[in-house]
Write a protein that binds this ligand. Sequence first.
Ligand code: NAD
Length: 500
Amino acid sequence: MSSTTTAQTLRSVSPATQKFLENTQGLRIGAGTDREAEQGATFASIDPTTETILGSIASGSSKDVDAAVAAASAALGSASWGGASAATRAKYLFDLADAVEDHVDQLSELETLDMGKPISQSREDVLAVATVFRYYGGWPTKLEGSVNPVRQPYLGLTQLEPLGVCGAITPWNFPIVMASHKIGPALAAGNTIVLKPAEVSSYSTLYLADLARAVGLPAGVLNIVTGPGRSVGQALVEHPDVAKISFTGSTPVGRGILEAGSRHMKKVNVELGGKTANIVFPDADIDAVVRGSAEAMWENAGQVCVAPTRMFVHDDIYDEVVRLMGQQTAALQIGDPLNPATDIGPVVSSRQYGSVKEYIDIALNEGARLTTGGRLPERTGYFVEPTIFADVNNNMRIAREEVFGPVLSILPFNSEEEVVQMANESAYDLSAAIWTRDISRALTLSRRIHAGTVWVNTSGRLDPAQSFGGYSKSGNSRELGRESVMSYTRSKAVMLDLSV
Ligand code: NAD
């Protein structure tokens, strides 16, 4: 599309990234690599570090969703995709993984400019995306059906089929990672996709679609429609030709999508919010606790669904852990996320900034003890100091609600019974972490904690080979691993009468 003149402040990024941002980015639908939205509408993407316009992106409509679903349906029936062998699908995923690695600079710069994530973390995300595609590249050739022990004279077969056109809706906090968690398994199983990224961070997903195109993924297999959730997202959820919706985002929006998707008889997978309980026993390796908890807590300025925001520390080591967490946190470098030495960048948007600021005030009013941070640095950009509240109790709003920013609550506990009860008194059941050298305690507790994922002596670690997800209000599905690729298939029973 044509060049746009925006008041962007491009700091030191590669020429390829600059060029990408200078052009108004269009939708990626079918064979069109860069097409205007149906009514020519666009929206501005804001750089949260400079508070200036980074660039302009096509704002899709329900008609664009119709066009994308039509392209995805056509690709399903095409010889180049629908008729492709499992080995060919595998090769596309392996080639895409290589292309992502080759473009790690551009993809991580786009992520950092678009949503303020420190560049070192954006690079880790992009490299993780390559491992996700490589993992799922191994699956097409391993998806097997079965021959079933039915009575004579019959032969009973179960075959796996793709679902068809899958709709994917992603959040702003891990844009390219979340896209890969949906694209990888969906393509491995032979589906096609229409993906809607979050408005505030769409760039890396658009760039990824261009890489897919460059490695020869057939037209219509991966389509991106950018724009608002209420129009583009909703149109996708309600589209009659979309077989499945895979949504990652907040619990309230996820609930609405589940309801709407069910009305339209779709398979709906939702991955939602979290309030991770991070439980520290006195026999734990305290250095590892502080290092691991701080790393997981302050990543992406706390804007992580599995951030260990509720830290329960045993009375015997409470004061020491509060002090050490404060020390570790005060040493973090806040600043321009493009600087490789930066640990904490801005939060994603002025809206998020206002919301985090409000939670800090709420915590102070509720009587939590501020031990570290709490200020909003006087500089341009949506910066919030990493903030620790001690002596939080489980009824305070910062202990119960998802702040989604750099705010940690530390709560004391005295017994295993007490901590299990407090950890389970939560509106979310996404993940938990337990720090102890006592393996029996770790395994017993991991059974008793209501969470889809439990880490022991670590926090926030994902691996493509291990599925991940929450229970109840934190979601109904699993991403990554075998479970995810299976969730993009359906089985068909075929029965033959061998006596005929
Ligand atoms: P959000 O729910 O506001 O938006 C997520 C996506 O849904 C965006 O693309 C948005 O445009 C779209 N959307 C909004 N309204 C819609 C509607 N009515 N119909 C269809 N689509 C709609 O979430 P967010 O603020 O982008 O992301 C933060 C949330 O995501 C947090 O709650 C976080 O915990 C959660 N999250 C969960 C996981 C997980 O794996 N469980 C991972 C990352 C983020």
